[in-house]
Design a protein around this ligand. Structure first.
Ligand code: GRF
Length: 206
């Protein structure tokens, strides 16, 4: 059965690009990216989607009513076949909090990538938080989305060493490289039905 994917973006789109490569090359099978939705117009992520011939929609944040905004998101996803029961939603640098209602609709079928080893350094500027804390190892995490920010069950992580003299840019770039590896991997595992949720833990079947 086909699992249609909707990707939510806000900016650069490098993770989107890694996901598009994975779904169009056959690395991930039977799970096409059916729609890319941005809350911002004119961002690079939209150009990347168009380059791959993937439909895009911009849903600008014109209202502060979160429920109304998320209803528009759900409507766009469902119009493109990303159904709550069979589809999948991927957050790829989507800079907006989602309502518990929206998260609940796609519960267990929505993933996010975060540039730290969660539960360390959730929220904004995770790489800077790691530098400020003086940790020697940080990394990235793919997790299921729950209503609390960056708090869902962890699917995959990759560690990245912090080098002496690392700048925000140099560290972020090395983490990003690993993000592009683990995000498509986690999606592949999900689509192949290899992930089972047991409480807060994700069991990966071989
Ligand atoms: C990435 O660092 C991701 O971990 C975080 O937002 C950034 C998005 O980058 N959630 P990009 O738009 O995928 O290039």
């Amino acid at each position: 059965m086909t699992c249609k994917i909707g990707v939510l973006v806000s900016g650069r789109g490098s993770n989107l690009e890694a996901l598009l490569k994975a779904t169009t090359s056959g690395f991930i099978k039977n799970a096409p990216i059916a729609i890319v939705i941005s809350n911002k117009p004119g961002v690079r992520a939209l150009d990347i989607a168009k380059r791959f011939g993937t439909p895009t929609e911009v849903i600008p944040v014109d209202v502060q009513d979160r429920a109304a905004y998320d209803a528009k998101l759900a409507d766009a996803l469902i119009r493109h076949g990303v159904e709550p029961g069979s589809g999948m939603v991927l957050l790829a640098g989507f800079m907006r909090l989602l309502t518990p209602e929206f998260v609940g609709r796609y519960s267990g079928r929505m993933l996010n990538i975060h540039p730290s080893l969660l539960p360390s350094f959730p929220g904004l500027n995770a790489q800077q938080q790691a530098l400020d804390a003086g940790v020697k190892v940080t990394g990235c995490t793919v997790h299921f989305v729950v209503p609390e920010v960056d708090a869902g069950p962890i699917i995959l992580q990759r560690a990245v060493e912090v080098a002496e003299g690392d700048s925000l840019e140099s560290l972020s770039a090395r983490i990003l490289k690993q993000e592009h590896v683990i995000y498509p991997h986690a999606v592949k595992l999900f689509v192949e039905g290899k992930l089972t949720l047991k409480g807060r833990k994700v069991i990966i079947r071989p």
